[in-house]
Design a protein around this ligand. Structure first.
Ligand SMILES: Cc1cc2nc3c(=O)[nH]c(=O)nc-3n(C[C@H](O)[C@H](O)[C@H](O)COP(=O)(O)O)c2cc1C
Length: 368
């Protein structure tokens, strides 16, 4: 999908290098396409990334970590984009900004021997694929390239082969029950889906969610009120259809699953930002190898809440399910991996989606 087709911004004028870098880097991924960043251009060699998080209203980001991962992916993309202009960039996080608003100074310097990063060609083509992929396992060479992309700080744990994928599918199926039956998650889903849309510049278009057209219309109808969701769930087994189409089938129909693991259990903003950088190198390398990726972050998030005793929902049943999920994940991946995990997803080859989240324009991303 040539994302540049959506770009209406031109990068002319005295600050064109900075604007060109922002124009490319804004294609970095973020949870629910929230784009938790705004830019302040200081001069033609200095700009500021004003980060934010969605903890106030998003049950998946209660500690801001998902947004910090996205910011890490953005900063890595800035570095890659700058290299295409012969620029190196130094990034410093301002220590005096609150954790809800991580802020970074980006200084660009011209260095004669900066090599253009080959991943730059894939920045706008990287996309989330939520539909089934081919089931062929990744080759050893593909895995090696992906392992190398995240190193030396991070490592990849691979989950493939039919039995492992079945274990993962089962786990994701259980996890989806929490996602689909808690009011807190409903409030998020209601806001982040753009209905009857193939593209969305600040949300996820319904066509990219992964449901078939009939199920999509049904979901749109049901999601208009929490009462309808509860009725469907209670009397009409309403979670089954989305759980099968969005979780069970895609978990089986892929090349495998991966967990991106940090050197130590991630705790600080810098740890999550570093994880986001590794994720983006992984995802861009996958795109370069003609592989597609879908993040599967909610099991990690609910398990983390269970470990930390975070009461993310009013529902006692869902809290219990999150604890059970955490125990199963520990059993499945091992405690060490679970504690050091930064990101999880599935990967495989297949058709590039013809529907996707696009991005806000550079103009709209500049801090007023
Ligand atoms: C930290 C983070 C968590 C994400 N979690 C999920 C997820 O659990 N499921 C999913 O389908 N997509 C997930 N995504 C993908 C985003 O929804 C996606 O990147 C965004 O909508 C932009 O779309 P694009 O990747 O196609 O450009 C996640 C992305 C990030 C950066």
């Amino acid at each position: 999908m040539p994302a540049r087709d959506f770009d209406t911004d031109s990068a002319e004028g005295p600050q064109s290098a900075v604007k060109e870098i922002i124009r490319m880097a804004r294609w970095a991924p973020s949870g629910d396409n929230t784009q938790p960043w705004r830019f302040e251009v200081k001069d033609d060699r200095h700009f500021v990334v004003h980060g934010s998080d969605t903890r106030e209203h998003c049950v998946y980001d209660l500690q801001g970590q998902g947004s910090q991962i996205a910011l890490g992916a953005l900063l890595e993309t800035i570095r890659i984009a700058a290299s295409t202009l012969g620029l190196a960039c130094g990034v410093t996080r301002r220590p005096d900004t609150p954790p809800t608003a991580p802020t970074f100074d980006v200084e660009l310097t011209e260095i004669a021997d900066v090599q253009s990063d080959p991943l730059a060609d894939h920045i706008s083509g990287r996309v989330t694929q939520r539909r089934p992929m081919r089931t062929r396992r990744l080759s050893d060479q593909q895995k090696e390239a992906l392992d190398e992309a995240v190193g030396p700080s991070h490592t990849v744990v691979w989950i493939d082969g039919l039995m492992s994928k079945m274990g993962m599918a089962n786990l994701l199926f259980q996890n989806a029950h929490i996602r689909l039956t808690t009011h807190e998650a409903y409030l998020v889903h209601r806001e982040v889906i753009q209905w009857k849309a193939r593209f969305s510049e600040d949300r996820i278009p319904d066509m990219a969610i992964g449901l078939d057209p009939v199920a999509t219309r049904l979901m749109e109808y049901v999601m208009r009120s929490w009462g309808r969701v509860r009725f469907m769930n209670r009397y009409l087994a309403g979670t089954w259809l989305p759980r099968i189409q969005l979780d069970l089938v895609p978990a089986l129909r892929c090349g495998g699953h991966f967990v991106l693991v940090g050197p130590t259990p991630p705790e600080s903003i810098d740890d999550f930002v570093a994880g986001g950088g590794a994720l983006q190198r992984f995802w861009l390398t996958a795109t370069k190898l003609d592989l597609l990726v879908q993040p599967e972050m909610t099991p990690l998030i609910f398990a983390m809440y269970a470990r930390g005793g975070v009461r993310f929902t009013e529902s006692a049943r869902a809290l219990k399910k999150a604890q059970a999920l955490s125990d199963r994940l520990n059993g499945f991946l091992g405690e060490q991996v679970c504690q050091r995990a930064v990101f999880m997803g599935r990967i495989g080859s297949g058709r590039t989606p013809n529907t996707r989240s696009t991005r806000l324009s550079v103009e709209n991303l500049l801090k007023k």
